[in-house]
Design a protein around this ligand. Structure first.
Ligand SMILES: [Zn+2]
Length: 308
């Protein structure tokens, strides 16, 4: 119970520590491949797909950034914003939904649809003591409860896959089949340990399954560059090889901790044994959202509950 409270406090602290000065944040736009662009500012990366039918975006960062984000998207396409897909419930990915919905012109013939797995909607609408309810305009009311949702927009097939119990219980990855790009959400965060949010239904087993699924969908090119591009929840545009490296790290750390649990070691002893030590220089920096100890704790809790 104490450890659980500690994890929550650390999460709240990390979230607060990361709240940026929004006036100073600039939105960077990078072309990814064909119809797809990546926008980054503060919070999670945004994937944008543009074409003759309008605009689709994956995740929305924070509300105060909505005017800057929409100004950049308008430079890419004058078309209407038709879809927002949310990869999960964290505020640095859904925080701009409501502000963006209010900013755009309302057209009853072409209404904005906000899509997410139903676990995201359930968490956003569950009352939290002491907090106002999430604004209705920003809710993903076009929710889905199936393992995948198919769409066709701007001349390409788009598949949204639910990745169960991964970094939360409502994670989706978004495959743009024509452009050959995957929006991975926070299942994949190169340069940082994954934030496995146990309180919101995440687990290391689901995290690894999600990464393996991305690798099933991604096809490397014959040359070193190209092939499927993967847009992570945070960090730079990546390819198949980057996901392999990250997946291998998570699997190796999971195996080490599983062995230690098998030897009867407590969480404190496992943390003291530093099962991530050889990876810390690559995955921990001064502004890391997840510390090595937090990552170890989330893996331990995933496994110690009797799961494999
Ligand atoms: Zn997240």
């Amino acid at each position: 119970m104490i450890a659980r409270a500690g994890f929550l406090i650390v999460f709240a602290f990390a979230a607060a520590a990361q709240t940026p000065d929004f006036d100073r944040v600039q939105i960077h736009v990078e072309p990814v491949q064909r119809n797809i662009y990546m926008l980054s500012g503060a919070g999670g990366n945004i994937t944008v797909q543009v074409g003759s039918e309008g605009v689709l975006m994956v995740d929305t960062e924070y509300a105060p950034l909505a005017p800057k984000i929409m100004a950049e998207i308008h430079k890419l396409s004058p078309g209407p914003l038709r879809y927002i897909i949310n990869t999960h419930v964290h505020p640095d990915h859904v925080g701009g939904n409501d502000a963006i919905a209010k900013l755009i012109p309302q057209d009853p013939l072409l209404p904005l649809k906000i899509i997410a797995h139903s676990n995201v909607l359930n968490r956003l609408t569950a009352p939290v003591p002491g907090q106002p309810p999430a604004p209705r305009d920003g809710l993903p009311l076009d929710e889905f409860a199936t393992s995948r949702k198919n769409m066709h927009f701007n001349g390409e097939a788009i598949v949204i896959y639910h990745e169960p119990k991964a970094h939360t219980d409502g994670d989706s990855i978004v495959l743009f089949r024509g452009s050959d790009v995957i929006g991975a959400g926070d299942i994949f965060t190169p340069g940082s340990y994954p934030f496995i949010d146990i309180e919101r239904g995440g687990s290391v087993q689901g995290e690894i399954a999600g990464l393996n699924h991305i690798l099933e969908l991604a096809i490397p090119a014959k040359t070193q560059e190209g092939g499927t591009y993967v847009i992570p929840g945070h960090g730079r545009i990546c390819d198949d090889a980057d996901v392999v490296e990250f997946r291998d790290m998570v699997v190796i750390v999971r195996d080490r901790i599983r062995d230690m649990i098998g030897k009867g070691m407590t969480l404190d002893r496992i943390k003291a044994a530093k099962p991530t030590m050889d990876y810390d220089t690559e995955y921990v920096s001064a502004d890391s959202f997840v510390t090595a100890d937090q990552f170890v704790e989330s893996v331990y809790k995933s496994l110690a509950g009797g799961a494999k």
